[in-house]
Write a protein of this length. Structure first.
Length: 202
């Protein structure tokens, strides 16, 4: 009876939202970078689901709504870009250079490190799209034989790491053009979390 309730769609949806809200509250109160809301909520969810004996498959099926909303949010970013069309035109060259160089360095460095460490092509394919938003990364990695679970974890981990490090790495004073470049650079390497940083800079 209790297990059925814990495994229900409503409970798991509420639990997921509750863990994130609690994580946000903790972070706002402490302002400790390592207590990032996403990191806290992921750790809390894994611990609670393991303690309750809820399988990942059951959780994923019950929380499909969040996957749908995630995909919709990616599409909604197009509207935010349209609002910034004048800024994009003004910084077109720097944005183009940042995207091209960031993509080459991001993919090349990961693939190079993987091969140096002696891992196989499957791992390389799984890690290559680490800086792309999760839905796109999973879709891209599948045709190349990568493992979607590894890709998902790495994309989230890179985003969290960037969100923790970037605010402390940004110079305290710089011109608007440099701010835009910094924001796009961060956004390129940690896509979803980086877009918020980019919007503040740009």
């Amino acid at each position: 009876m209790i297990h059925d309730f814990v495994s229900s769609r409503i409970f798991l949806l509420a639990l997921t939202v509750g863990c994130y809200v609690a994580g946000v509250a903790v972070y706002r109160r402490t302002r400790i970078a390592l207590l990032h809301p996403v990191l806290l909520s992921v750790v809390a969810l894994i611990s609670l689901l393991h303690a309750a004996g809820v399988e990942y498959g059951s959780y994923a099926e019950a929380t499909e709504l969040f996957s749908l909303l995630l995909n919709m949010s990616v599409v909604a970013l197009g509207y935010l870009l349209w609002e910034q069309v004048e800024m994009l035109r003004a910084h077109a060259l720097s944005i183009l250079v940042t995207v091209v160089v960031g993509s080459l360095v991001g993919i090349g460095s990961v693939v190079g490190i993987v091969y140096i460490m002696g891992a196989d092509e499957i791992i390389a394919a799984s890690l290559a799209p680490k800086s792309v938003t999760a839905p796109i990364a999973v879709a891209v990695v599948e045709p190349f034989g990568g493992i979607k679970a590894i890709t998902s974890v790495v994309v989230i981990a890179v985003g969290i790491f960037g969100s923790i490090i970037a605010p402390h790495a940004r110079p305290s004073r710089h011109r608007r053009s440099r701010s835009a470049g910094a924001g796009h650079g961060v956004g390129r390497t940690r896509y979803r979390h980086g877009t918020r940083y980019r919007d503040r800079c740009g």
